[in-house]
Design a protein around this ligand. Structure first.
Ligand SMILES: NC(=O)c1ccc[n+]([C@@H]2O[C@H](COP(=O)([O-])OP(=O)(O)OC[C@H]3O[C@@H](n4cnc5c(N)ncnc54)[C@H](OP(=O)(O)O)[C@@H]3O)[C@@H](O)[C@H]2O)c1
Length: 263
């Protein structure tokens, strides 16, 4: 790695929004440490190197303490400060809560919340010691509504949306910024992995992950508190903030109930 380029960590960078975030970082002069659970992260690393960045790929289950420690060790081995942490890895899970396999529910919570916070805790302490850094957390507009048939997932994103603003406030007198990227439905592997392809939202047309990532990256570089991508999503979150929770849950049912898509 060239010592003069800043280093960014991007989690969940093998596909989707995370891959596009990593691309933005590479294009804007960052070297990268990227992580995901599956070997595909190595293919993503090959692609990103073509953009001129030095890239370390780490295969690790970021739902686990060992997985996060493995990523953190790889970062420390570089012996270079981390200028940006893009905590993006996450997964969804469709179907009714009582019909879900609880091990999978637990994996959603441990990936989206526990692993994300543990990584931010470790890297954030190093940033505080240097009084410099940028943190981007991929939350979601899903955090604004009770997610019938995605209940644990939406709850995990409500947690992250809230956590992000709290941490930002705690760090307001430092040179560390915390930005929450809140995408709406985006065209990635997310819905297929969450077993939601028979739902209305799974089948609907969605936002382009490259556009979503570019918006998030720019908000992080400006140090903004949050960014909701796209005007439709902005409108949806504005309406959600004045709509009773029971009504929101009913609306979410229409989008996410198994069989709500075209058969
Ligand atoms: N797509 C949407 O509509 C949407 C909307 C709002 C927010 N988001 C959020 O955006 C983020 C990225 O999702 P995406 O839409 O880009 O979906 P995606 O294409 O499925 O990407 C998810 C990424 O996270 C990684 N990941 C998942 N669980 C992991 C674990 N336990 N350990 C390590 N890596 C893990 C995946 O790698 P492996 O395959 O190796 O596990 C993959 O790289 C997520 O936080 C998601 O909640 C998505």
């Amino acid at each position: 790695m060239a010592e003069d380029r800043p280093v960014a960590i991007v989690t969940g960078a093998s596909t989707g929004i995370g891959y596009e975030l990593a691309k933005c970082c590479a294009q804007e002069g960052f070297d990268l440490v990227i992580a995901a659970d599956e070997p595909r992260i190595n293919e993503a690393a090959q692609d990103l190197r073509r953009l001129g960045a030095a890239v370390e790929a780490v295969e690790a289950d970021l739902a686990t303490t060992e997985g996060v420690d493995k990523l953190y060790r790889a970062v420390k081995a570089l012996n270079r400060p981390v200028e940006a942490l893009l905590a993006n890895a996450g997964r969804g899970l469709g179907k009714g809560f009582l019909d879900q396999n609880f091990d999978e529910v637990r994996h959603v919570i441990e990936t989206n919340i526990t692993g994300t916070l543990y990584l931010i805790h470790r890297v954030g302490q190093d940033m505080r010691a240097r009084n410099s850094g940028r943190i981007l957390i991929t939350g979601s507009i899903a955090g604004f509504m009770p997610g019938s048939f995605q209940a644990a997932y939406n709850g995990s994103k409500a947690f992250l949306d809230s956590f992000s603003f709290a941490l930002r406030n705690e760090l307001k007198d430092t040179n560390i910024t915390v930005t929450c990227l809140m995408p709406g439905a985006t065209e990635t592997e997310f819905f297929e992995r969450a077993d939601m392809m028979d739902t209305q939202v799974g089948q609907s047309s969605k936002d382009d992950p490259a556009d979503v990532a570019r918006t998030g990256f720019e908000a992080m570089m400006k140090g903004e508190g949050d960014v909701v991508t796209g005007w439709k999503n902005k409108l949806q979150t504005a309406i959600a903030s004045v709509t009773p929770a029971g009504m929101l849950a009913e609306q979410h049912r229409k989008m996410a109930e198994p069989g709500s898509g075209k058969q």
